[in-house]
Design a binder for this molecule. Structure first.
Ligand code: SF4
Ligand code: SF4
Length: 338
């Protein structure tokens, strides 16, 4: 059962929720875009429902709420270590179906990949997800082919309607709040798309032999290893560690983990001076096969959720979805040389 609420009622609910939660949603950062006089849609804290951008895709995903770009783990002096405090408030995150599917991938990596990451877990336990329905797909989305166009794993859903907003609530805590404003007398199914302009075909015979294809060589020169594709991806989870020493006392400092990218120089540097995947095409191969081959072998479903953000952000117009569609010919090529 669901609810219909006006803009004013939604804002009253948000202001009550703000007592316990930080509320994150895609919003417009005016003049915050890549080029002068352009805006950027990305995640930020909101106070009012009108701040949420429903009709454009967020260039960056919600993942920085769960995995901050730079996160202090602990502080140290010569003889003591103090763990960084957990955030005092929980978080409510408004996100689309593809991104909600990516939470499952993040959980797999940070909670079930051999051990549970303490810093991730303490944030994750306090996050509430609000699914934003999708009326239409954006140009670069390919969620239908990746099976992520619909999700039921939400605490609450929200769709815009003629009279305000329609909500489907599965959380008892939120239900108590909503019932102060309306009666749950509607049947609400969050909107979802059933077709996308961009389509992908992951060949059923895809194997690691694709690594021998010449298809990767195109990216040696086209890709400038900027790493943007990783930073916008809701399923990229790599980080690197940094020890920061304070300038006023070089024996004290803090340890941080910061986002890392498998596309940039230095990612594969190891002790002894070796470094792997020097060619940009080899980095592309590594990234693509992680998203649509090896993760699935371990977990039974693809890592990529088809959000299309990596296609949108690449300064060299390298398309991840085009690359996936080249895998079929790449497999034919390597099989012929068997
Ligand atoms: S965004 Fe494009 S150019 Fe930058 S690393 Fe990714 S594929 Fe290469
Ligand atoms: S690889 Fe590209 S399309 Fe797939 S989830 Fe990451 S950003 Fe989205």
């Amino acid at each position: 059962m669901g609810y219909e609420l006006s803009k004013e009622q939604m804002n009253e609910i948000l202001s009550q929720l703000k007592e316990d939660y930080l509320i994150y949603a895609p919003k417009c950062f005016q003049d915050g875009g890549r080029f002068s006089d352009t805006d950027c849609i990305r995640y930020g804290e909101i106070n009012k429902i009108e701040e949420i951008v429903f009709d454009k895709k967020a260039e960056y995903s919600f993942k920085e709420v769960l995995l901050p770009i730079s996160q202090t783990l602990f502080y140290f002096t010569e003889d003591s270590v103090k763990e960084a405090d957990a955030p005092k408030q929980g978080a409510i995150v408004f996100l689309r179906s593809c991104d909600l599917h990516s939470v499952k991938r993040l959980d797999e990596i940070y909670l079930r990949n051999g051990f549970s990451d303490y810093y991730y877990q303490r944030l994750r336990e306090r996050v509430v997800f609000v699914l934003m329905g999708c009326q239409t797909a954006f140009d670069s989305c390919f969620c239908v082919d990746m099976g992520t166009n619909q999700s039921n794993e939400y605490d609450m859903s929200i769709d815009r309607s003629e009279n305000g907003y329609q909500l489907d609530c599965k959380s008892n805590q939120l239900e108590k709040l909503l019932s102060q404003y309306a009666t749950n007398n509607l049947s609400v199914t969050p909107a979802y798309v059933t077709e996308t302009k961009t389509r992908v075909n992951i060949p059923s015979n895809l194997s690691y032999q694709i690594g021998n294809s010449n298809m990767w060589r195109e990216y040696d020169t086209r890709c400038i290893n900027c790493g943007r594709c990783n930073f916008v991806c809701p399923t990229c989870t790599c980080f690197t560690m940094q020890d920061i020493f304070y300038t006023d006392n070089e024996k004290a400092g803090e340890r941080r983990r910061v986002w890392a990218s498998c596309m940039v120089d230095g990612y594969t540097d190891v002790a002894g001076g070796a470094s792997y995947r020097q060619k940009n095409g080899d980095r592309m191969r590594f990234k693509v096969l992680h998203k649509v081959l090896d993760y699935k072998e371990r977990n039974g479903y693809h890592m990529c959720v088809g959000c299309g953000r990596c296609d949108d952000i690449c300064p060299e117009y390298i398309s991840f979805s085009h690359c996936i569609n080249k895998l079929e010919n790449g497999m034919k090529e390597v099989m012929e040389h068997e």
